[in-house]
Ligand binder design. Structure first.
Ligand code: SAM
Length: 294
């Protein structure tokens, strides 16, 4: 029997703990120009994508991540026409974004192989999104794109790998500043920000970098079983603080009008996701332990 052991890139975690998946079949394995890519089948989670040894998404629980990354900013904004996705080559976030009445979604992915291989071996993830006429795919480093593009977007979604390798540059103050420059007035930036129990420094560092740039910077949470360790944080940054004070009735009206059915996202979940446990707010305040526990 073959197993896949995931060890997150965090020093204290590499002692006596791992997340383990049985591999019933290796569907595809390749060292791309940027990373080690594997797609395998697992009895519990279906088809699984990992990059550089880190789980990116699985067939069974991807909805809990992709729905929250897409629908929270789009329904909070309420009139999104243009979206920029940085990373996200598996197409899951793009699929959810396209369920809204938008004009254009631009996806900037550094590694073309992720798009091609996921389209072939995990087609349900993008669900035909890459064939949608509203989609503009750019194969480039997202860091250079946000620095050089003159375009603006109503929502910017950073669906990145963890802050190592090519993903590290997607967590810097300079990158966040350039994302802000890409936002249209009233725009929202959301980011993949790790699991704070295991990766607390991602909350500490991201908040320290976002807070000076935006009138409203915080995190919201989702729970994705294979992003193991409890709640995962998603970064939220905008200059329009009113987007976080909408009533449930307003959000529910927008969801009903859009006619989008979801499995994780819902108006009360949207509002509740911004309620943060004290161990996360302590990290934001700079007085949290970077190694949780006693
Ligand atoms: N949901 C996933 C997670 O949190 O594990 C992330 C999924 S998505 C596959 C992440 C993508 O970000 C990868 O395909 C990777 O190639 C891309 N990426 C990493 N660094 C990048 C960069 N600098 N510019 C654009 N895309 C980047």
């Amino acid at each position: 029997m073959r197993w896949f052991d995931e060890r997150l890139h965090h020093a204290w975690l590499n002692h006596g703990y791992t997340q383990r998946f049985e591999i019933t079949r290796v569907v595809y394995q390749k060292k791309t120009e940027f990373q080690d890519l594997i797609i395998f089948d697992n009895p519990a989670f279906g088809r699984v994508l990992a990059l550089d040894g880190i789980i990116q998404t699985t067939e069974r629980d991807e909805f809990a991540y992709h729905e929250m990354l897409a629908h929270v900013p789009l329904f909070a904004h309420g009139n999104v026409k243009t979206v920029l996705i940085v990373g996200g080559g598996d197409g899951g976030v793009l699929r959810e974004v396209l369920r809204h009445d938008i004009d254009k979604a631009t996806l900037v992915e550094i590694d073309r192989a992720v798009i091609d291989i996921c389209r072939e071996h995990m087609p349900h993830l993008s669900g035909g999104a890459f064939e949608d006429g509203r989609v503009h795919v750019v194969i480039a480093d997202g860091v250079a794109f946000v620095a050089e593009s003159g375009d603006t977007f109503d929502v910017v979604i950073v669906d990145s790998t963890d802050p190592i390798g090519s993903g590290a540059a997607l967590f810097t103050a300079e990158f966040y500043g350039n994302c802000k420059a890409r936002l249209a007035p009233g725009g929202v930036l959301v980011t993949q920000n790790g699991v704070p129990f295991f990766q607390p420094d991602e909350v500490v560092e991201t908040y320290r970098r976002l807070a000076p740039l935006f009138a409203d910077a915080t995190f919201y949470v989702t729970a994705v079983p294979t992003y193991i360790g409890g709640l995962m944080t998603l970064g939220w940054a905008t200059d329009d603080a009113s987007l976080r004070t909408l009533s449930e009735a307003v959000i529910a009206r927008r969801v009903a009008k859009a006619g989008i059915e979801t499995r994780y996202y819902a108006p009360p979940v949207h509002l509740g996701a911004f309620a943060l446990p004290p161990f996360i707010t302590a990290l934001m305040a700079g007085d949290g332990h970077t190694r949780p526990g006693p």
